[in-house]
Each structure stands twice: as structure tokens, then as C-alpha cells.
Write a protein of this length. Sequence first.
Length: 118
Amino acid sequence: MREERGQLQGDQTFSEAIDFFGAISGDVRVIDGGKVYVRGAIYGDLTVEHGGRVHIYGNVSGTLTVLQGAKVIVSGIIGTDAINDGGRLYIDGAAKILGKVRQYAGETKIDKFAQVRD
């Protein structure tokens, strides 16, 4: 697994295993083969596609979208909505979702200690 630190400008696409510390000012896509640990901040939306895996420890200021075949664990903060459109989404007890959790398809589990807007 590669470790990435620092500031990244613009939209990013990840297709490999990355432990990310730092900030991204733009939208992020994690595609097939991508396994990302977000320990910093994403100042945009995060979309996880089929085959992508993400664990969010830090902050995503925009919307989280989990597509069919993707897996996401949220332990940090999502600034707007968390949308499950066919993948697996787990929101653990340390998470805070400032928008709503929307499930259109897939499997969504929310820990009873998670802070989620009704």
C-alpha cells in the first residue's frame, strides 16, 4: 500500500491501494482496484464505483456516493448526504453525517452511536 501526503489540486481518480493523509480540493472517484484510507480531507464529492473500497477516517465536505459493487466504511465526517446506490455502506459509531443517509439500493448499516440527521 502506497502512502500519499500533501495537497492535491483538482479531481482525482484512484485505482490502487493508497493510505491518504492530506487534502484534496476537488472531486474524488475510487474505481475498480482502488482501496483508499482517507485520513485527511476531501473538499468535494467522493464517488466509489464497482470494485472500489474506501474507509473514511477524515472529512468529506461534499456528498458520498456508493455505487453497485463498492464497499465503504465511514468513521469520519460527511458534510452533506451519504447515498447508497447499490453497494455496501457501513456508518460506524464514530461517524457524523451532516446531511441525510439515502439508500436507493444495496446494504446500509448504521451504528446506533453514529450521528446522523433524520
